[in-house]
Design a protein around this ligand. Sequence first.
Ligand code: ADP
Ligand code: UVW
Ligand code: MG
Length: 404
Amino acid sequence: MKILVINAGSSSLKYQLYDMSNESVLAKGRVERIGMDSSILVHQPKNGEEVSQVSEILEHTTAIRKVLKILTHKEHGVIESTQEIEAVGHRVVHGGESFKGSVVVDQEVKTKIRRLFALAPLHNPAAMLGIEAAEKNMPGVPQVVVFDTAFHQTMSEKAYLYPIPKVLYKKHHVRRYGAHGTSHEYVSRIAADFLKRPVEELKMITCHIGNGASLAAIQNGISVDTSMGLTPLEGLMMGTRSGDIDPAIVPYVMNKEELTINEVDSMLNKHSGLLAISGISSDMREITEGMIAGYPNATLAFEMYEYRLRKYIGSYAAAMNGVDVIVFTAGVGENSIILRERVLTNLTYLGVELDKEANSVISGEPRRISAPNSKVEVLVVPTNEELVIARDTHRLVQNLIRNV
Ligand SMILES: Nc1ncnc2c1ncn2[C@@H]1O[C@H](COP(=O)(O)OP(=O)(O)O)[C@@H](O)[C@H]1O
Ligand SMILES: CC(=O)OP(=O)(O)O
Ligand SMILES: [Mg+2]
């Protein structure tokens, strides 16, 4: 079965086409700058050259149409016809309490996802655009949604409730949901396999540090706590998101600067984090270059980012009364040697001993970066949210076919 996996962002859309007979990726790519001038589609076929096309792509329906066109292109394509695509799997960040696992899309599922727009304003509306665009371009093809929040539905009340009037939970479902669950679950399983230990016996802290960033405390194989909250704004300092701040800052700043709710929301989600402190970029590569070049605001941004991450690791070690394994994953976690080094050389009190040489290796494979005498195993595990989405889609669509 061939499955198209879509991870739609507000102005981007990443895709991978899987052949599930051997879980191979036939092609992958991304469309960037949707709705802006000169959108770009970058397409990488399995055995071919990367191609990029610049054109006007005003919305997601056109983006998907272009993706399907290039997937079936005579020269760059990997399939004869779009009819070979038997199912589409989508990443949806927020599933609220409605979804504890992946589901096949129907009207009710779409209504529920729409109700959750306000809880993941950067992500859920984009995912819905992706779903609708796929429906338009591939009518009748089953679609599956895989939620970032699902893995964290195992948290206990003491971890997911906020100490605010309980009526807000009852009436408006205000609680911690977390995100990146697909990634936290996947890397925790790969890490346990790598260590040849049952995941149920390990206390793990998984650090998904990408553009969005979150930590999970995983005990007995289930998520017991995670740093993102009601929305993906809480927790770590991120590219453009503030992460934790004193909540009183919100009314204070709204009053002083005469900001509206939307303006303050945009300030915290889009104009904060690394971008705000460095004044240069939300991209960790540029921050690191700025720091090395001696630019003080880049250094400060890096130090705040590292410090906040390290404090969270400490708090999750406290939450579980110990930690056996720390895992780094996602864009920054997998690639930033310097960030991992700074974090880990300051966790010696936990018994962490870094192997600097192993930490400097650049690789796409799971690997150990702690020294043999380290009390805590520290691993880098490349995440693969798309593979998990493809597997869930495959399983659910096969069930669907069986039950027809
Ligand atoms: N070599 C690198 N060093 C430091 N950061 C990197 C490196 N490569 C990628 N990144 C960072 O990874 C982040 C993107 O991570 P990713 O997991 O792809 O995010 P998302 O899925 O949220 O778009 C960017 O901030 C980028 O700077
Ligand atoms: C939930 C979230 O922050 O996702 P991303 O890292 O893809 O922005
Ligand atoms: Mg991501």
